[in-house]
Design a protein around this ligand. Structure first.
Ligand code: ADP
Ligand code: MG
Length: 365
């Protein structure tokens, strides 16, 4: 059982600062996912929580106790990595039980705990095998068993599914989520994969360039991105963006002939102000020609996905993607009419990238 608090934590390697003041509060028993592009500092942050990396400034607390100077083994965290590095010469049972053996736990007790954990991970029939005789998913489960056997207060996962093929990733995602439901240990899971992040997280932390961009539930992050970066990083395909200018009457001009209406919830900046405008591919509707408020979209290419289609084309002079469930034949060069619901149009500060909300104030992260 553990709450984890991160206060103004920074990290510098020599003169280069990698983390710029991270503040996070993670509740006991929650499943927190840290999502961000490669190099944004996710692993560094996780390793600092585990005690594998020094903290340059700030504090990390586990259950209200500052752990900055505690050894990794004193922190009660177990870590599962992308490269799970099992001992090749040991059996599954020996791999899972190794931590207990080192700790001097008697053989009989060890065997019992190994069997229980192996059973919970679907590995009961593989206890005597070597890792080389296991599939990637089974190896990953052995690595999890090795972490679980220590009954940690905190599980730290660093992209543990990145080496698995697509189908296994989906399976293991479900396994990890089930494991969490059963053990209720606070879990922090680092990934650059937004689908993994959205499906696993109770609380999602989006990082960029050594900073936290936004913290929220997956739904909050999807529907109310705090910044253009979050809007672009969450959602597949990503949000479409346009550089626009505020017109009189509260509309946003994208080019000489295209203007979008903004929801009344947003106090639009004064006319002439440059803004970034975004809408999601899946929130656009194809409508009959001539419908009031419709815009012209020129089709370039259609990608068939089976469950739906991605329509690539041009809108207001900018390459744009629409995600639609079904429609008749669409030809290259064809002009179609689309409707973009007002509530689906997001406005961002052209300079800072922060989303504009009520009273045109930037929406706080
Ligand atoms: P992520 O896990 O999000 O991909 P990392 O935390 O691994 O990112 O790295 C964040 C940044 O810190 C990167 O720019 C990386 O090059 C740098 N970095 C990581 N470890 C070291 C190190 N030991 N020495 C110098 N720079 C490092
Ligand atoms: Mg990493």
């Amino acid at each position: 059982m553990a709450d984890i608090t991160i206060r103004s934590v920074t990290k510098s390697y020599g003169k280069i600062q990698t983390l710029h003041g991270i503040d996070l509060a993670m509740k006991n028993g929650s499943f927190v996912v840290i999502l961000g592009p490669s190099g944004c500092g996710k692993s560094t942050l996780l390793r600092m929580i585990a005690g594998l990396e020094d903290i340059s400034s700030g504090e990390i607390l586990i259950n209200d106790k500052v752990v900055n100077n505690l050894e990794p083994r004193e922190r009660g965290c177990a870590m599962v990595f992308q490269n799970y590095a099992l001992y090749p010469h040991m059996t599954v049972a020996e791999n899972i039980g190794y931590g207990l053996k080192v700790a001097g736990v008697p053989k009989a007790v060890r065997r019992e705990r190994v069997e229980k954990i192996a059973a919970s991970l679907g590995l009961a029939n593989f206890l005597d095998r070597r890792p080389s005789a296991l599939s990637g998913g089974q190896r990953q489960r052995v690595a999890m068993g090795r972490a679980m056997i220590r009954e940690p207060k905190v599980f730290l996962f660093d992209e543990p599914l990145s080496n698995l093929d697509a189908m296994l990733r989906v399976q293991m995602r479900v396994e990890i989520r089930k494991l969490h439901q059963r053990l209720k240990a606070t879990s922090i899971f680092v990934t650059h994969d937004q689908v993994e992040a959205m499906t696993l997280a109770d609380m999602l932390v989006v990082m960029n360039n050594g900073r936290v961009e936004q913290v929220g539930t997956p739904a909050e992050i999807y529907h109310q991105p705090a910044s253009r970066f979050v809007g672009s990083f969450i959602g597949s395909p990503p949000m479409n963006f346009f550089e626009g200018k505020v017109l009189s009457g509260g509309k946003i001009g994208l080019d000489d002939t295209t203007a979008l209406t903004i929801t009344a919830d947003v106090a639009v900046p004064t006319p002439g102000t440059p803004v970034s405008v975004g809408f999601r591919p899946e929130e656009v509707e194809i409508v009959p020609h001539g419908q009031a408020g419709a815009h012209t979209f020129t089709v370039d290419m259609v990608e068939e996905l089976g469950s739906g289609r991605l329509v690539h084309g041009t809108f207001a002079g900018v390459n744009t993607i629409l995600s639609i469930t079904s429609h008749g034949e669409l030809q290259q060069g064809q002009q179609i009419s689309i409707r973009i619901p007002v509530e689906s149009v997001y406005l961002f500060d052209a300079e800072t990238g922060l989303r504009l909300g009520k009273n045109s104030a930037a929406v706080a992260a």
